[in-house]
Design a protein around this ligand. Structure first.
Ligand SMILES: [Zn+2]
Length: 80
């Protein structure tokens, strides 16, 4: 079935393209908004304390960025 094969290829290409786009996004802007406090840096309604998840910065390192940093350090250790 050639059409199904083409569809599978297209899906693979799309997945790869999205992954590349995501990694690029992580490289350009490695920090995302903290989901716990949604960038307000504080949590809790009665007592506004600094958000413990992001340490009051309102920013969180993206998962993809951590992946890139990990891959980079692995590569460095491997070539040393
Ligand atoms: Zn936060």
């Amino acid at each position: 079935m050639p059409s199904a094969n083409l569809l599978a290829r297209l899906a693979a290409l799309l997945t790869f393209g999205y992954a590349a786009y995501y990694l690029l996004k992580c490289t350009v802007s490695p920090f995302g908004r903290c989901r716990r406090c949604s960038g307000t840096r504080r949590t809790g309604r009665k007592f506004a304390r600094p958000c413990p998840r992001c340490d009051g910065t309102g920013l969180r390192q993206r998962l993809g960025r951590r992946l890139i940093v990990w891959a980079r350090s692995e590569y460095r250790d491997g070539t040393r």
